[in-house]
Design a protein around this ligand. Structure first.
Ligand code: IPE
Ligand code: IPE
Ligand code: MG
Length: 248
């Protein structure tokens, strides 16, 4: 699967982050249980991971479960955890074949032990892969991530390892779950809502944001291609003027 003609292969976003929203509403519209939407959503994950790797995306961060999602009914939470474990078990062979490295961000200590163990095993087994980083946001919240980072920085200042003057952007980056990853270039939210829902609050400061009404179970190759095409049509100015950007 080469990069499609409608995309510029030299300007593929390095890091794409996706808020995979709309599974429940997609299922309800068909009078099916919400979990059915999550199940079909896993098929979208498989497809998007495959295209991201083929097209040259380096990091794909998928918001799979937020710190706030723990408030959902227990059967839905349990269903999602089961799907996650199945996904990891089923996809390991493909990840190894396609040179995909699995990583995660979030408080995984809150995940059920069996899910956490499967996750850790998958991360270990794929640790040597380097074509695409598939980074799952699990029990992730941008605020919780910042609190954890600030607490760690405070401890290092108290112990004398760090001085308060050393706290700059690089220092904060290095105390977040995303340490070592580039900031997201393109942040996609499916499902029609136009909000961040506590996702990558620090890292997305200059991400190009793309909202689409397409529900996650329907978000497949064409929709992904359109999102990247829109990204490629935008001018990223980072505070500068258009003339400055054009003169390189
Ligand atoms: C996204 O779909 C998946 C998760 C948040 C786990 P939703 O479950 O939020 O679906 P809607 O937004 O209710 O349709
Ligand atoms: C955001 O979706 C979280 C994930 C996609 C994992 P939600 O459906 O939980 O977001 P809100 O609550 O509608 O903002
Ligand atoms: Mg939702």
């Amino acid at each position: 699967m080469p990069v499609p003609q409608s995309l510029d292969p030299s300007y593929i976003p390095r890091h794409v982050a996706i808020i995979m929203d709309g599974n429940g509403r997609w299922a309800k519209r068909q009078r099916k249980p919400r979990l059915f939407g999550h199940k079909v959503g896993v098929d979208s994950v498989q497809e998007i991971v495959e295209y991201a790797g083929e097209w040259g995306v380096e990091v794909l961060t998928l918001y799979a479960f937020s710190t706030e999602n723990w408030k959902r009914p227990a059967d839905e939470v349990g269903g999602l955890m089961g799907l996650l474990k199945n996904y990891l078990q089923q996809e390991l062979t493909r990840m190894l074949k396609n040179n995909i490295r699995l990583t995660c961000i979030g408080n995984i200590l809150k995940l059920p032990a069996d899910v956490r163990e499967t996750l850790q095993a998958t991360m270990q087994e794929t640790a040597g892969n380097d074509k695409l980083i598939l980074n799952l946001a699990l029990s992730y919240g941008g605020r919780a991530e910042l609190i954890r980072g600030i607490q760690n920085i405070a401890e290092e200042v108290c112990s004398g390892k760090l001085s308060s003057a050393d706290i700059d952007e690089k220092c904060i980056d290095s105390h977040l779950y995303t340490v070592g990853l580039p900031d997201p270039d393109l942040l996609i939210r499916t499902g029609g809502e136009a909000r961040l829902s506590n996702f990558l609050l620090w890292q997305a400061s200059y991400a190009e944001i793309y909202f689409t009404d397409i529900m996650w179970p329907d978000f497949r190759e064409e929709a992904f291609r359109n999102a990247i095409a829109e990204y490629q049509s935008r001018e990223r100015r980072f505070g500068k003027t258009s003339a400055q950007i054009k003169s390189g």
